[in-house]
Write a protein that binds this ligand. Structure first.
Ligand SMILES: [Zn+2]
Length: 293
């Protein structure tokens, strides 16, 4: 299990699944990221791209332990719900076992943040109990972005409505939701920063403690290859041009600074530092604070 320290704060990665994305020119995740184009970026190998030239992606939750606060950032896809992202199948993973292997219990979580309301960021908000969806973290406040929630309530397609209904609505019904603004301060160490573009209400999570700084990206960037090419936007970005501008802005702000950038979909080592590289950037992975279990 990978984990990192930022001052007094610890961030631990709990993986739901890892997947290579085979480049399909007709339905590309990143159209420009062909195996040939990726071979031009040698530092992506071997961690972030397979020897065949396919992008490696990870779907994981990040457990943030700060003084007086246990916070889960993003809750993956979740079990028992068919989703097109995984071929229309319902997952049945050991995610909760992996979660408990960190020493946390579901009851010990104080807060949950979804960087945005896409399928792979909200799933374990809930779990199936009999034929009911119940909150996975029954004692947590679920911090849902007001802008994001309003957007998807009005504009989501049928699958997005299903996501709201099984992964968001039950936590509202349990009285656990706080609708928050995009710059919400969660604790003295942890706050949201607006990074719209991927979705209209998208946020990243900034950690500051003991003079150290960390940034959990959410999906303002999906893959480290976008540091070499901030202009590469996936077609499912709500506003691909705006997301490209946002990437360049965030990378420029982090470049050559002592800021630990933790990628929400980056394969291991997952966290690291942004370095300037010509007129773009590269990702310099940081070792974990604890050995991989
Ligand atoms: Zn995602």
């Amino acid at each position: 299990m990978l984990s990192w320290r930022i001052g007094e704060v610890t961030v631990t990665r709990v993986v739901e699944m890892e997947m290579p994305v085979v480049h399909n020119p007709l339905r590309a995740f990143l159209a420009e990221a062909t195996p040939e184009a990726l071979r031009e970026i040698p530092w992506l190998f071997p961690h972030y791209v397979t020897p065949e030239g396919h992008l490696r992606l990870s779907i994981h939750a990040l457990l943030v332990e700060a003084p007086g606060l246990r916070l889960v950032v993003d809750t993956c896809i979740g079990n028992d719900r068919p989703r097109s992202l995984v071929g229309g199948q319902a997952l049945s993973t050991d995610f909760l076992k992996s979660f408990e292997a960190t020493g946390w219990t579901r009851d010990s979580v104080d807060a949950v943040v979804c960087t945005h309301l896409h399928v792979d960021h909200v799933g374990w908000n809930t779990m199936k109990e009999g034929d009911r969806w119940v909150p996975t973290f029954p004692k947590a406040r679920y911090l849902i972005g007001r802008r994001e929630y309003d957007h998807w309530s009005a504009e989501g397609d049928a699958e997005q409505q299903a996501i709201l209904s099984d992964s968001i609505r039950p936590v509202f019904d349990a009285g656990l939701v706080d609708l928050v603004e995009m710059d919400h301060v969660i604790s003295p160490e942890i706050r949201l920063v607006p990074t719209p573009g991927h979705t209209p209400g998208h946020v990243s999570v900034r950690i500051e403690s003991g003079g150290e700084v960390g940034l959990i990206t959410g999906d303002m960037v999906h893959h480290p290859c976008q540091m070499a090419h901030p202009e590469w936007s996936p077609p499912f970005d709500s506003d691909p041009a705006a997301s490209a501008v946002m990437r360049r802005e965030v990378f420029e702000g982090a470049a050559d600074q002592p800021i630990l950038v933790i990628g929400t979909h980056f394969a291991a080592p997952t966290a690291g530092h942004v370095r300037r590289d010509g007129d773009a950037y590269r990702f310099d992975g940081a070792p974990s604070a604890s050995p991989e279990a």
